[in-house]
Design a protein around this ligand. Structure first.
Ligand code: MLT
Length: 267
């Protein structure tokens, strides 16, 4: 366990834990922290976590594993005095949310899976992750990642064309990532198992959300997850790519409010 998990927090309502994409940080959730608590501050208590090695959380010395990140979230809930929370992750954050659903199902009151997938990596994807991990460590720089991922495929085609300031914001965030954390996370993601069986057993309301232009985890991945979740709403956001929460925060937040309402209605 890391001793200190850095969290940005806002609001006082239903606990909502947000887990960021790779290789970003809790800073990607700016509009969710600003808007989801609601005008009177009572709709949601948003906790945006920095996963190990990113933002303000130290990497530590453990071997790469998404299960550790899920255990970190459970520990964070313990420390915050939160028994159950709506747990939401985007892409890598979604993988961690699924690991949490496997290891700590009793901590979930709802599940948000955005621009992510429940299948394990192919051999080719694993090899590519190892290539990136080795290169950033050897060069002690994340330049390669910036060149290969920003703006595409992280942003959708519409955002690349029409949202230049978003590209700047994203580039700055990726440049902030440390080579050690990038390599660690790549190796952790490479060894994750498939989670469709876990999703089939999720007993709480779920939202699966995806950008129509997501080139990393396309709508077909979202459909596969929605097909097995027992209580699910699937939302496809038009003109949006992989980073839906940043590319179209209003539509993203509207869909999340719907999930929060379902969670409150369920008990
Ligand atoms: C992410 O956005 O977190 C990554 O694209 C996830 C991945 O590399 O599988």
């Amino acid at each position: 366990m890391t001793d200190r998990i850095s969290v940005r927090e806002a609001g006082h309502g239903t606990p909502l834990v947000l887990l960021h994409a790779f290789p970003l940080s809790s800073r990607m959730w700016r509009e969710q922290l600003d808007e989801l608590p609601g005008a009177d501050g009572s709709e949601a208590r948003v906790l945006a976590v920095d996963l190990r090695g990113f933002g303000g959380t130290e990497l530590g010395d453990d071997e790469p594993s998404l299960d550790l990140l899920a255990d970190d979230v459970a520990l964070l809930l313990d420390r915050a005095g939160i028994e159950r929370a709506v747990v939401g992750g985007l892409s890598m954050g979604g993988y961690v949310a699924m690991a949490l659903a496997r290891r700590h199902p009793d901590r979930l009151s709802g599940l948000l899976l955005a621009d992510t997938k429940a299948t394990a990596d192919t051999e080719q994807a694993r090899a590519n992750r190892e290539r990136v991990a080795a290169a950033v460590l050897a060069r002690d720089s994340v330049r390669l990642l910036v060149d290969e991922q920003v703006p595409s495929p992280l942003l959708g085609a519409t955002s690349v064309r029409e949202r230049p300031r978003l590209e700047e914001r994203l580039r700055a965030m990726v440049e902030e990532a440390s080579p050690r954390a990038v390599a660690w996370a790549q190796r952790a993601m490479a060894s994750r198992p498939g989670s469709l069986d876990v999703l089939a057993g999720v007993q709480v309301p779920a939202l699966v959300l995806v950008g129509e232009e997501d080139a990393i985890t396309p709508p077909s991945d979202a459909e596969a997850m929605a097909a097995v979740l027992p209580d699910v709403v699937l939302t496809v956001l038009p003109a949006v790519g992989h980073l839906s929460a940043m590319e179209s925060p209003d539509a993203f937040n509207w869909a999340v409010r719907g999930l929060l309402a379902r969670v409150e209605a369920s008990g």
